[in-house]
Design a protein around this ligand. Structure first.
Ligand code: UGA
Length: 441
């Protein structure tokens, strides 16, 4: 089946590559000519496990095509995905200018009926806007061609995007026209074989499902972070509490890991966007506001521990920092806790020697050259002569370090662990001062 995907960002590229992998003929359109050229040369703009060979293999097989030519994209297929970004605008609402621009482009060039699938995370009511924009354009052209707008939110996680997309837990389809479902069924048939993962609903419910899912997960995290603050003050260990409650199958173990705050391109943006949506319709979303506030505060947790330990003024201090990306297996640093941490420590006069397995280039891109930031080639080299070690991201190879090496390299054996990777008792026995999250520091 032929498919066109507008927007070669995270979601668009992964979805396109996975659709090509099962045999569809996918044409990706993007306005960024450099990105398109790079993709044709096998250069993938993001770090995502398994994505590079997947894209290269399907490009070489001629099933995955890249172009900047929107007219060609519209002519290519009946099914047209919109997978462009919806960045927050000034007040945190999702900015729909790229989504509506693609809708207008499709209407400008279409000569036969289309099924337009909204993959981007868009506020409730966007499908109506897409429909209105397209109708207006068609009217302007003086043509009457039918089309459907369908909401099909994406639930992939960075770092596991290819696997999530290959084996989706659910395929949410929102449509007000049952006839629009047939081509979508055919499209997703390879992913839907053994049992039906398709959940059909009206468009607005599908749009809200995406936000509700991310907001629920963010709520779980902020809840645990709030519990961790209580645990700390009450002399309890949040890691014991986590296991104690996770064993209740109604609660479960997923997404109840306390830490130094959630980041990334989705949770912070989507929680904020749903808050704005609610406020626009006159509803005060108190729970979501609290989720956001707790997360904001949580990012200041490690800097507060550090200043409690070393004093407010950190001039002359150097810290080893392990982990810069907002979570493991990605180089993405959007809304990463490491950024708040570094900026706080710099403001207090400290220097940082940082290491991340993937996000070094990204850190360089964001912060450029600074006297107070040294990017190190290995996690061990970051330790040398540092006053303490700070951990912001739970990369696998941080989990079992050689503590003797750490102790020898640091000026003082202090670890500030934003992801609770280690056992406080064992570390204390080895002579470390250990600060974890919610562990009676
Ligand atoms: C999230 C959702 O998990 C995906 O289902 C969704 O499709 C995606 O957003 C999206 O809307 O595109 P992602 O942002 O890639 O995916 O990352 P997550 O794995 O959800 O992690 C988000 C943040 O929460 C990270 O900073 C992570 O460290 C933090 N987290 C996660 C915790 O602090 N504790 C936990 O228990 C779990």
């Amino acid at each position: 089946m032929k498919v066109t995907v507008f927007g070669i960002g995270y979601v668009g590229l992964v979805q396109a590559a996975v659709l090509a992998e099962v045999g569809h003929e996918v044409l990706c359109i993007d306005v960024d000519a450099k990105k398109v050229e790079n993709l044709k040369n096998g250069l993938i703009p993001i770090f995502e496990p398994g994505l590079t060979p997947l894209v290269q293999r399907n490009y070489e097989a001629g099933r995955l095509l890249f172009s900047t030519n929107a007219a060609e994209g519209v002519a290519h297929a009946t099914v047209q995905f919109i997978a462009v970004g919806t960045p927050p605008d000034e007040d945190g609402s999702a900015d729909l200018k790229y989504v509506t621009a693609v809708a207008r482009t499709i209407a400008e060039h279409m000569t036969e009926p289309k099924v337009v699938i909204d993959k981007s995370t868009v506020p409730v009511g966007t499908a109506d806007k897409v429909r209105a924009v397209m109708s207006e354009k068609l009217k302007e052209r003086g043509v009457d061609i039918s089309f459907d707008v369908v909401s099909n939110p994406e639930f992939l996680k960075e770092g596991a995007a290819v696997a999530d997309c290959m084996r989706p837990e659910r395929i949410v389809i929102g449509t007000d026209n049952p006839d629009a479902i047939d081509p979508i069924r055919e499209l997703y048939e390879p992913f839907n074989r053994n049992h039906d993962r398709m959940i059909l609903m009206d468009i607005r419910s599908a749009e809200l499902t995406k936000y509700a899912a991310n907001c629920m997960l963010a709520t779980k995290i902020s809840f645990m972070n709030e519990m961790s603050n209580l645990a700390e003050m009450l002399g309890a260990d949040i890691e014991k509490v986590r296991q104690g409650i996770g064993s209740d199958s109604r609660i479960g173990y997923h997404f109840i890991y306390p830490g130094c705050g959630y980041g990334g391109s989705c949770f912070p943006k989507d929680v904020q966007a749903l808050i704005r949506t609610a406020e626009h319709i006159g509803y005060q979303p108190k729970l979501l506001q609290a989720v956001e506030q707790v997360n904001y505060q949580q990012k200041y947790k490690l800097p507060a521990f550090i200043q409690r330990h070393f004093g407010e003024d950190l001039k002359g201090k150097t810290f080893a920092l392990w982990g810069l990306s907002f979570k493991p297996n990605t180089d993405d640093m959007r809304e990463a806790s490491s950024r708040v941490l570094m900026e706080q420590l710099w403001a207090a006069g400290a220097k940082i020697k940082a290491y991340d397995p993937e996000a070094m280039n990204e850190t360089q891109r964001i912060y450029g050259h600074r006297e107070d930031l040294e990017l190190m080639g290995t996690k061990e080299s970051a330790l040398h002569n540092a006053d303490a070690l700070i951990i912001c991201t739970e990369w696998q190879n941080f989990r079992a370090p050689d503590f003797d090496v750490i102790k020898k390299a640091l000026k003082e054996p202090v670890i500030f662990d934003g992801r609770n990777l280690f056992d406080p008792e064992r570390l204390e026995k080895r002579g470390f001062t250990y600060y974890g999250i919610g562990r009676g520091a």
